[in-house]
Design a protein around this ligand. Structure first.
Ligand code: ARG
Length: 305
């Protein structure tokens, strides 16, 4: 299968082999009908507009196999998501080992030259680790660097921290049309040629604003958003529920910020786009069943099938 894939440039997601894989995997998590319906939905858009998937640093460190198996599954189905990853928690460990005291201003890491140097090296290593693992599973990938341009967020305050100003999507789109899953880190090129550190969630959102995918997936260890009783919220319908959510006493800090950011992002995307926050072991269930597994956030329309 992988040989055919390198020889051809286009997938045929409806081949017998593919149907067989969908049927097998999906019937273990939902029904065959659901699986095929969603596969059909995900292939109604161009292959470059299927999904942007953000993989957080903690997941790369602690659960590398989960996202890799997910990506293998999608790849086998002919679906090529754009992957963007960070390295957050590992960075703290490395900085500590190097005797750098992490400093934050308004929740954002102050990135001096030494921190940037360590972060750069770390991100490349993590990128390679992810790609190597995917290689061994037979998933074709391309590491893409320099796809995003940035300016300093506030040089005085945060030093080498970037604010994305552009996503050069050519390399990403070419990679997908050639059948390779593009793997990006969240670092961006500053207008003065310096690399700048960019928050991975922000980088994923900016990529999504440019590529306008059907799905924006945040792989998180928590596996979703939770309400005041600690129950996972299965779906958020922003048109109807945003104000209600913002008025809830439990909707604070990280959760509040996340919902606001996601609303802003979805406001810039087609109404058919949605955001999913899920644990990496639940991606298949989220994407290929009606009930999903994590938290699905959309603007309002009924999910089209
Ligand atoms: N599989 C569908 C999708 O990805 C529906 C998922 C529903 N998910 C949920 N957490 N309620 O669009």
């Amino acid at each position: 299968l992988s040989t055919t894939r390198t020889l051809t440039t286009a997938y045929s997601p409806t081949s017998d082999r593919t149907r067989e894989i969908v049927a097998q995997t999906v019937s273990s998590i939902g029904s065959k009908r659901e699986g095929q319906q969603y596969l059909k939905l995900f292939t109604t858009v161009s292959s470059q507009q299927f999904a942007v998937i953000k993989v957080g640093g903690a997941i790369l460190r602690d659960h590398l196999d989960d996202p890799c198996r997910n990506l293998l599954f999608l790849f086998e189905l002919g679906l090529c998501p754009v992957v963007v990853h960070g390295g957050g928690p590992q960075l703290n460990d490395l900085l500590e080992a190097a005797g750098v005291v992490p400093e934050f201003q308004d929740g954002i890491r102050v990135t001096d030259a030494k921190t940037l140097g360590i972060a750069r090296k770390l991100f490349l290593e993590e990128n390679l680790r992810l790609i190597d693992r995917l290689d061994s599973l037979g998933v074709a990938t391309r590491a893409i660097q320099g796809a995003s341009g940035a300016t300093y967020l506030d040089k005085e305050k945060w030093q080498y921290v970037g604010k994305l100003t552009e996503v050069r999507k050519q390399a990403i789109e070419n990679s997908i049309s050639a059948g390779y899953i593009p793997i990006l880190t969240s670092m961006a090129e500053g207008d003065d040629g310096c690399l700048l550190n960019v928050n991975t969630d922000v980088a994923a959102a900016e990529l999504a604003r440019t590529l306008k995918p059907l799905k924006v997936v945040y792989l998180s260890e928590k596996g979703g958003l939770f309400n005041g009783d600690g129950k996972k919220i299965s779906q958020v319908n922003l048109d109807e529920e945003f104000d209600y959510l913002m008025a809830q006493p439990w909707c604070r800090y990280g959760t509040r910020l996340k919902i606001k950011e996601i609303k802003e992002l979805l406001d810039d995307l087609p109404r058919s786009s949605s955001v999913a926050i899920i644990h990496p072991s639940d991606l298949q269930k989220e994407l290929f069943t009606d009930s999903g597994a994590g938290t699905l956030i959309r603007r309002g329309d009924k999910i089209q099938k």
